[in-house]
Design a protein around this ligand. Structure first.
Ligand code: FPP
Length: 252
């Protein structure tokens, strides 16, 4: 269906506040065209730009992209270096557009592990865009869900050892507050491209009640229409958060 027709079907009142995306399939897309994997990542940046702007246009407030996982460090060195360079170049190039579109850039993950130049560019853009309020774009870099949970548990344990927190009272709120994602609402919708149906160590704690949309489309080919279809899929779901369908209807 054409882009406009899909957009018309979207209920503007039920736009997911937070969308998280596992951008998968760059390597396979490049291979299909007979190119090196990095060419797929480069093409993937065009998709990132389009999805970021489309999300902001329809009213998504937080968009989290899994740009580089903890596990991605074990890819061939040349691919890791090329990805880091692509990240620096893209952030530098896209900062004016982020400003024009009112988008704030933030990161989650062990960013201290990234090359110094990459870190510098990221913190400059985070600083430059911090006053923007239309949408927050969160890049997950050197990130994994288990890494974040372990870091959070360590922080809580240290506070307990110092007597700042009573171990008997530790609850969900304490873990929420100690995670890298503390300042964001949990994702309403998680999208994974490329046909794989896995979570791959992404926001493990945060997606407890997220709706999940899997699509076979490879990330470099993920279009505005595909994004709208994911939103429509989300809007067709009944979110129960552990309640019965009847209970939900009573609330509405
Ligand atoms: C997964 O595809 C994709 C990545 C590991 C990297 C995603 C990064 C980008 C799209 C560029 C990031 C840039 C910005 C500005 C956020 P894959 O390589 O695992 O694909 P495959 O499964 O087909 O091999």
């Amino acid at each position: 269906m054409a882009e406009k027709a899909l957009l018309n079907q979207i209920d503007p009142i039920r736009i997911p506040e937070h969308v998280a995306i596992i951008m998968d399939g760059n390597g396979r897309w490049a291979k299909k065209q007979g190119f090196l994997r990095i060419f797929g990542h480069r093409q993937g940046v065009d998709t990132v730009r389009n999805v970021v702007e489309t999300a902001a246009e329809i009213g998504v407030k937080y968009l989290t992209l899994y740009a580089f996982s903890t596990e991605n460090w074990s890819r061939p060195k040349a691919e890791v270096n090329a990805l880091m360079q692509l990240l620096v170049d893209s952030i530098e190039k896209e900062t004016p557009r982020l400003m024009q579109n009112g988008i704030r850039l933030e990161t989650i993950g062990n960013v201290a592990q990234l090359p110094a130049g990459c870190n510098k560019t990221l913190s400059e853009t985070v600083e430059a865009t911090k006053g923007n309020t239309r949408m927050t774009l969160i890049l997950a870099l050197s990130y994994s869900g288990r890494w974040d949970i372990i870091e959070a548990v360590r922080k809580i344990a240290i506070d307990a050892k110092k007597g700042l927190i009573d171990p008997e009272t530790i609850g969900e709120d304490d873990l929420n507050a100690a995670l890298n994602t503390a300042r964001y609402p949990n994702p309403d919708l998680l999208i994974r491209t490329s046909g794989e149906q896995r979570i791959s160590n992404f926001l493990l704690w945060e997606i407890a009640y997220s709706e999940i949309h899997f699509t076979k489309v490879l990330w470099p080919e993920f279009s505005t229409e595909d994004f709208y279809k994911a939103i429509l899929d989300y809007q067709g779901r009944e979110r129960r958060f552990g309640n019965t369908g009847d209970q939900i209807k009573q609330v509405v």
